[in-house]
Every structure is written in C-alpha cells, then in structure tokens.
Design a protein around this ligand. Sequence first.
Ligand SMILES: [Zn+2]
Length: 327
Amino acid sequence: MIEEILANLYRIEIPLPKSPLKALNSYVIRNTERNLIIDTGWNQEECLRAMQAGLSGLGVDLGRTDFFITHLHADHFGLLSNLVTDTSKIYFNQPDAGRFRVGFRWDDFAHFARLNGYPESELQASLQSHPGFKFRPEENLVFHIMKEGESLTVGDYRFRCIETPGHTPGHMCLYEPSRKVFVAGDHILNDITPNIQLWSDDRNPLEEYFDSLDKVSKLEIELVLPGHRSLLRNCRERIQELKQHHQKRLDEIISILKKGEMDAFRVASEMSWDILCDSWDLFPVSQKWFATGEAIAHLKYLKEKGIIKTEMRGRRRVFSLNRNDSS
Ligand SMILES: [Zn+2]
C-alpha cells in the first residue's frame, strides 16, 4: 500500500506477519537526483515483495537511492541487504552501528536472561524466534554515521538529525523544521507504546527515553511520521501520554514488589500486558522475551532512583523494595 503524505514523500506499508506491530511504515522521498528510503522491514519474503511493489509503483530506481535507518531493530533495517546497490549510502547512528558490528549477542542475552530468572526451558526458543536473530540483514553493510544536528537534504526536504536514545541506545529521528515534520522511528508511536527494554547492566534506557521525550517536546512539530501504525499530529500530548504510561508501569512494579522479593521474569509475569492471552503461560515465547526486557528496564530505573534494591539468590538476581518505600 502506497500513500502520498506530502509532496514527494510517501509511505509504503510493509507487513510484519505474526508480529503484534502488524506492519512497518517505510517512508520514501522521491527526488530527481537521489531518493531516500527511511526504514525497510525485515529480511524476509513478504517484506521484500511489499517493498518491491511499492517502489515500482513510485518508479523509484534503487540505483539512485540512499537509506536512513532510525535504529537497530530488524523490522527497520533487516531488508537493507536486498535493497542496497554499489552507490547507496546508509545513514545510521554510531551506538547502534557499533552494536550491529558485534552481531546478535546470543550468549550475552542468554546469560543476562538466566540471571533474571528466565526459565531454561523457554530460553532457546525465545532467542531463536527473536526477530533480531531471525530477520537480521547480512553483516557486510557499510554505514555513513550521522550525529546530532547534522543535516540530510533530499530535494526540498532538509532534515536535521535528532538523537533520541531509549528504545535503542542510538535511536535517531529526523526533523524538518520548515514543514514541522518529525520522522519518529519507534520513539513516538500513536496506537501502541514503544517497547523500552534492557538486556545488559550498562544502561538505564527508561531514563534515556524520558530525557529524549522531553527533548522532542521542545520542537515545533505538526506531523509525526512514526515507524508503525497511524500518523499523528498532537505530538506534545502523545509525549505526555507515553510518560504517564511508563509512570503507571513503574507504580505497578512497586505494588507487585510489595508481595516480596522476586526476579525480573516473575515481575514480568505479574504485570498487566496488552495482549490477547488468558495467562502468562500462554504468552508466545517471543512476547515473553520483550515483556521481560521491558520489566528489566523499569526495574533498573527504580533501582537507580533508590526505590528498589537487588540481591543475588544463588545465580539469580532478585529485586525488592528499599525499606523506606515498602509502607
Ligand atoms: Zn524498534
């Protein structure tokens, strides 16, 4: 499906079969010299077919096309391997490019998951079904690194790069000040909330995410082009809703921990999730992975704020409320 959003700026909807995200919004800016494609879909047949149909409908020649990738998630850049040509530039951010070069960190993920109580019986299946593993691009991509404030000009559009860490460490958006248009990747979504997850000890992604939301809130934006689902116009209002959503999650975790100490997997199993499933046991393994990562990100935030603490129980890490907050 192709939709014209602004002059020479189009959205191609790329299906993501069996994913709760449903589809990815790939944005294409057509230009007489070089075109730009923002985000691509998975490295997978249905995505490729939809992209090829969209590009041929728009008459886009891949030999004259560059790419901007908002962040290191396979639904946003997996398909690149099938689209790049000898002349393509791939604009990307440094933190995510660094992670991409390390490859899919299977052992690190497994170690960190076990530490957080992830059951052995579900671990291999969760990693095997992980889209970052299943639908990743080939490893030989060469990136042109963009930094905060740098501009990217395509025809009449002059975009400014805005670093928005949180959803990934290097997530980057594009802002077009003269049209007040904001290409949001997965930083701001309208119908669903971006997943903020953590699978290492070296970050505090929810804190980063709150800071990035505040940063974007200061921009004059009239139209947000998100990575999934519908476009939105009320950017500041949506930012407030997203902040409230995470605050509610933090409050929910505090009340769960009032029952006593528990590991992150158990915390995730007690949280409420927006998924059509009768119980945690019936959750698809891939979704348990994202849910647990989301729980860990929120637990890390609470720990850094001094509201909860961690201790080891054998090889497992448990979380509990700091005494002053357990009233
Ligand atoms: Zn993403």
